[in-house]
Design a binder for this molecule. Structure first.
Ligand code: PLP
Length: 310
């Protein structure tokens, strides 16, 4: 099967939030929401599930955990027990729950600016103070971490560092030595880490993703990692994500924060995709083509031409 990355789909006629937010002459690029058709195996799996015809409440079956654990192990050499995985309707939900689990109103949350807007909103959602540190932008645009400034932003009542890696918006894939240094500082100040790693599959050549929790057991013990297939395969509207929380006590606190505000049952369409191994989601070339289209700006130029032509 070959994928057609040249096909232009008019999403204004659909319920797409990004395409219905602005005037017709605006090319909307506010969010990581691709305009490509999802890979064919994804569409087939959804079609088969829809044909089943019954859409009652869903739950996680053992194969769901098998797939995620195998993926973490194969991709990152990360071994976690099945109970460490907590299904979520989204990563945004996950980082808000993580903050609520470890910090009380008035305490602080360390953020690395600039930052994905929903992360910026998390402190005020929960009544936390935002303790901000900034990435340093070099003349060529590349962003680095000023570790002294990072540490100086931590206050006695800072409880958690919200890591975004790969970083949205600057696009940095943090290297192991950078993660080690940030983790060492966080642990020395007794901070928890919430790692939003939603973009971990979409990397330019020459980069490798290191989940911060894989650095060592002490870091894993203080970390809530958030991942999802949504950005990789363009499934954001199906609301499926998961947290990896190896520390049982931390996990209990995280789960307790769901109350009944976050449904315990799963979105069955998102779930049936999330329980598929990556090899059954798309041919490897699919992700690579998406990366190339993004890197070269090819797709946005083509869409822009189309809008300009009316
Ligand atoms: C860094 C980051 N985290 C989270 C999300 C959204 O996650 P979800 O839709 O699973 O809540 C996005 C979407 O663009 C993102 O860029």
């Amino acid at each position: 099967m070959t994928y057609d990355f040249d096909q232009i789909i008019d999403r204004r006629q659909s319920e797409s939030s990004k395409w219905n937010q602005y005037d017709a002459d605006v090319l909307p690029l506010p969010v990581a929401d691709m305009d490509f058709v999802s890979p064919e195996p994804v569409i087939r799996a959804l079609r088969e599930r829809v044909e089943h015809g019954v859409f009652g409440y869903g739950t996680m079956m053992p194969e769901f955990y098998d797939v995620i654990l195998a993926h973490l192990n194969t991709r990152y050499g990360w071994e976690v027990p099945a109970e460490a995985i907590v299904m979520l309707p989204g990563v945004i939900t996950g980082f808000n729950l993580a903050c609520r689990a470890v910090a009380r109103p008035g305490e602080g949350l360390l953020q690395q600016m600039p930052l994905y807007p929903p992360m910026l909103r998390a402190p005020s959602n929960i009544g936390l103070q935002a303790h901000m540190t900034s990435l340093t932008q070099l003349a060529n645009g590349y962003c680095t971490i000023d570790f002294d400034a990072f540490e100086a932003a931590i206050q006695p009542h800072t409880r958690i560092f919200m890591l975004c890696n790969p970083h949205n918006p600057v696009g940095r894939v943090f290297q192991r030595h950078e993660l080690e240094r940030m983790a060492e500082i966080c642990l020395r100040h007794d901070l928890y880490i919430c790692a939003d790693e939603i973009h971990c599959d979409i990397l330019f050549d020459g980069h490798g993703h290191v989940p911060i929790a894989t650095l060592d057991a002490a870091v894993a013990n203080r970390t809530v990692t958030l991942m999802a297939p949504s950005k990789t395969y363009n499934l954001a509207g199906l609301h499926c994500a998961f947290a990896i929380i190896p520390n049982a006590a931390l996990r209990e606190r995280f789960i307790a924060q769901r109350l009944d505000l976050v449904h315990r049952t799963v979105n069955i369409l998102g779930y049936i995709l999330q329980r598929r191994p990556p090899t059954a989601m798309a041919k490897p070339g699919w992700i690579r083509c998406c990366v190339i289209c993004k890197r070269t700006g090819m797709w946005s130029r083509r869409m822009l031409n189309r809008i300009c032509r009316g």
